[in-house]
Design a protein around this ligand. Sequence first.
Ligand code: NDP
Length: 327
Amino acid sequence: FQAITLAQYPKAYIDESTFVTQSFESVALKDGEFRVAVSHWSLDPAMRGWVSPDTESYIPPVAIGEVMRSLGVGKVVESNNEQYPLGSMVSGMTGWSEEIVSSGAGLSVVPPGVSPELALSALGMPGMTAYIGYADVLGLTPGQTLVVSGAAGAVGSVVVQMAIADGLNVIGSAGSDEKCAWLKSLGCHGVINYKTDDIGAKLDELAPKGVDGYFENTGGPLQAEVYARINPHARIAVCGLIADYHSPTPTPAPSWINLIKRRARIEGFTITDHMHRVGEIVQGLMPYFQAGQLDFKTHTLKGLESAKLGVNMLYKGENTGKLIVEL
Ligand code: NDP
């Protein structure tokens, strides 16, 4: 079978020399192990950080020669483990490999009726991230105004839809008119195309009474404009700063003075700290699904080779929905 390993750390964007495809021999299963034929890989913004050797992060970088770290979905094709029976679909850390042998660590069985796309998007890691940031970190109430950056993306679109369903006034920011139109169709009260709109003027128009919550997925110029308009006791959940992932100098942060003046709270979080709560998080997401309030989009690339440069689409806004590779 084939897998993609890290050949060298990129200096800027991931390029042709970053990854290499290698062939591996299948090994026989031991007791308690099972074999997965992987069918889908998830491409995620965090991948650029995982191939950066110099940054201290919440997770160590991928080593040269190692299979690229990735979430994925596949089918159990051989099993010595009754918790992962033959034919079941599993989801978790597969890496960029067509086949893995596992004893179960980091892999869970996907419930029947859940597609690979759904397992990697709204009901998978992005949906869970959205839930933690929205329900735990922000904890807003109906009628409040929430701004979501990266609103048309895998995480952002779930935040937006939960907030709409809960009766908040939701303003979504995205980088194209097409993405903004989708956000409108989901029920966003206001949309900002951060590339073409006057962000400050748009916020004044859409949030005349100020902003109570900010779900930050991107950083960039929106951040300071939202921060300047936060209300007393506003909450800011910092989920991602994709605008900075290739920049040696991050977007300058606004002065902390508004945190004092508005008695506001800002909190960063990572989903990795909450993986022991998967059951509770899925329970939290389910009512939105069951009520038909969570739509999701996936953007599927075909074939193993498409992963190598496909990741860059995330940093250029070329994906419309959760970016996935179908093997
Ligand atoms: P998305 O599906 O949102 O894809 C990334 C999007 O980011 C692009 O489509 C693009 O949308 C936007 N983007 C890219 N560059 C810029 C830029 N310079 N300025 C503004 N927007 C930009 O990805 P995810 O939903 O998977 O991830 C969203 C964020 O959440 C990322 O920052 C990611 O790192 C973070 N994240 C954090 C986790 C955590 O545990 N804290 C877990 C998962 C994700 P557009 O066309 O609108 O510009």
